[in-house]
Design a protein around this ligand. Structure first.
Ligand SMILES: Nc1ncnc2c1ncn2[C@@H]1O[C@H](COP(=O)(O)OP(=O)(O)OP(=O)(O)O)[C@@H](O)[C@H]1O
Ligand SMILES: [Mg+2]
Length: 607
């Protein structure tokens, strides 16, 4: 590495260190009173830590004097009492200081940690859909980035207040005391520091690669375990127990090697450091003994200097840990604050509140590309008439769900305009717009919690009767009553069809003027589909409804049908007209009809 490269590296290091500090500052600032208190206690503690060495010095010197006097025991008793009293008082003071210092340090850590986590949650909730669709922001990754960031920052704050600061201020003051006693002694203690520093730095450097590897392996192992549990059905059905076990075993062996290596390196460096420390002690002893014999100081100085030197060297032996933690914080804080400060990802909305919405949508020349570069809609123009039911038809991947995403303003079109009641969607305030839209999706999300709470999500202030009524309309009520815990059953234990009914019940409870149904009956049985269709038919009255369905029965009676193919709008019209055109719609329709084996069915019904 050239000098220039080295400088550059150091430069970015200090830059990212500064950035870390700047980012962290607003989170620490609210606790500045507490921090000042902690710092004060730390300072007092550092002074108190020097009392013992000084006292030992005093004691030994006095005892030595006493030995030369005629009645040492009687005079010694008084000295003993005074010294014991001071030592005890100092210890009590120390306990108090340490308690306060640790308690406040922890408190700062806990509070900063919870502020960081909450800020991450609050920020994420303001971000737009495209942020979550980005590949490096997917659930697992985002979660890890946030958790790791918070963890490493908390650790940094904690160590700064609980370890680094007290140790270093104690060391500095001990050094000052040593210089004060004798310049050469001070210099001797000072000289050891760079050696120590160097060794600690080497240790941190050598361990860094392994530590990173180890962390990666731990993550992979956790992930592997979660994967196994999640996919146990597939694993068993393909009889892959052995393969999965072997995969884990290999990882385990890698980890084992790595851990042993890490331990070995640690021990080598720890021994080296304690050896250097010992050399330091020996040198200090030699120098002090020389000065004592020279008559420049009392014999007590030997012990005092050893004790002071330990105060000086203590933080330096922790240096590699501090290195590690600062490095961790630098690595993970970046990812964390990137997530936190992503102003571009914040969902923007207009000022117009959507009130008394009629529900007429105009889509004009809309193009849309997902963040991963997949072009999902090309030049789509269509109208969704208010109080009418519009069906969107197309093969899998045609762009049907995407269109709904755009109508809900989850994504912004690349270009083109979507208007609701003559006003651009962009100009609406997001919350008020979505309050007017009811959405039943292909994959209906069920939150962790009871069936009741999951339905209530549709209207948080709904009464008990309203919830039950919605559940009845969604043909869920009777099924829920059969469950062992009724409405208190954990909703994630329900069957796919039952979960879909929860989503529909939510819609009934919300009761919005605009309804988007993306395969609302996809996982329902025939009887339930028929029931739900009746309920939906009832709610359709006077509302703008868009329905996506692969099931013909729900399509044929729509007022207008739009057909999408590979992101293009290819046909529009009523069922009869589209059928006559003999194009894409007819192709899909005929295939669906054939798959139903209609001839056979009609025969059966006729008999
Ligand atoms: N979040 C996403 N990120 C990237 N590409 C996406 C995303 N969602 C959908 N796509 C892609 O956009 C295209 C249209 O998808 P869309 O979900 O709109 O299809 P669809 O018509 O609803 O199909 P299906 O009937 O299977 O639900 C597909 O090629 C799909 O792979
Ligand atoms: Mg879809």
């Amino acid at each position: 590495m050239t000098v220039q490269q080295g400088m550059k590296k150091n430069d970015t290091y200090s830059q990212s260190f500064k950035a870390l500090f700047r980012n962290l500052l607003p989170f620490v600032k609210p606790y500045k009173g507490m921090i000042a208190g902690t710092l004060l206690l730390t300072l007092i503690g550092s002074f108190a830590a020097q009392v013992n060495p000084l006292l030992v010095n005093e004691t030994i010197n006095r005892v030595e004097e006493l030995l030369r006097q005629p009645d040492p025991i009687v005079n010694g008793m008084r000295l003993l009492l005074i010294i014991s009293a001071i030592m005890l008082a100092n210890e009590l003071l120390n306990i108090g200081i340490q308690f306060g210092q640790k308690y406040f340090g922890e408190k700062i850590r806990i509070q900063v940690g919870s502020d960081l986590s909450q800020k991450a949650v609050d920020r994420l909730l303001t971000y737009k859909m495209s942020f979550f669709a980005e590949s490096d922001n997917q659930t697992g990754y985002l979660e890890t980035r946030i958790n790791r960031g918070v963890e490493s920052l908390i650790r940094l704050v904690q160590n700064f207040f609980l370890d680094i600061l007290p140790l270093f201020s104690t060391a500095v003051i001990a050094l000052v005391v040593m210089f004060n006693a004798n310049m050469y002694v001070g210099l001797m203690a000072l000289v050891i520091i760079p050696v120590y520093f160097f060794v600690s730095q080497r240790q941190a450097y050598r361990l860094k690669g392994w530590r990173m590897q180890l962390r990666g392996q731990r993550e992979r192992k956790n992930h592997g375990l979660i994967n196994i549990i999640d996919s146990i059905t597939v694993i068993k059905s393909f009889v892959r127990e052995k393969t999965e076990g072997e995969k884990q075993y290999e990882l385990q062996m890698e980890m084992l090697d790595n851990q042993l290596q890490t331990r070995r390196t640690s021990y080598v460096f720890e021994s080296l450091k304690s050896f250097i420390q010992q050399i330091g002690v020996v040198l200090i002893i030699i120098l002090t003994v020389y000065l004592v014999l020279n008559g420049q100081m009392g014999i007590g100085a030997i012990m005092m200097h050893i004790m002071l030197f330990r105060n000086v060297s203590a933080p330096i032996s922790q240096l590699h840990r501090i290195y590690d933690q600062v490095n961790d914080a630098l690595i993970y804080a970046d990812g964390f604050f990137d997530v936190l400060d992503n102003d571009d990802a914040v969902e923007v909305g207009g000022d117009i509140k959507a009130k008394d919405v009629e529900g007429q949508f105009e889509v004009n020349n809309v193009n849309f590309t997902y963040p991963n570069g997949k072009k999902a809609l090309t030049d789509v123009s269509l109208t969704l008439e208010k109080e009418k039911t519009t069906a969107i038809v197309g093969l899998s991947g045609a762009g049907k769900s995407t269109l709904i995403n755009l109508l809900c303003k989850f994504y912004k079109p690349d270009n083109g305009v979507i208007k609701l009641d003559g006003i651009e969607l962009e100009d609406y305030e997001n919350g008020s717009l979505r309050d007017n839209i009811g959405l039943v999706l292909q994959k209906n999300h069920i939150f962790k919690g009871t069936v009741y709470d999951n339905i209530l999500y549709g209207k948080l202030d709904a009464t008990h009767d309203e919830v039950i009524e919605a559940s009845e309309k969604a043909f869920l009520h009777e099924q829920v009553l059969l469950l062992p815990e009724g409405y208190n059953t954990d909703a994630s234990n329900l069957s796919g069809g039952q979960q879909q009914r929860i989503a529909i019940a939510r819609l009934f409870l919300k009761n919005p003027p605009i309804i988007f149904l993306d395969e609302p009956t996809a996982s329902l049985d025939a009887i339930a589909t028929e029931h739900i269709k009746m309920s939906l038919d009832a709610i359709k009255e006077g509302r703008t409804v868009v329905i996506i369905s692969h099931s013909l029965s729900q399509i044929v009676e729509a007022d207008v049908i739009h057909v999408l193919k590979d992101g293009y709008l290819v046909e529009s019209g009523s069922h009869e007209n589209l059928y006559k055109i003999n194009g894409e719609y007819r192709k899909i329709f005929d295939a669906s009809a054939r798959s139903l084996n209609l001839d056979k069915m009609i025969d059966t019904i006729a008999v």
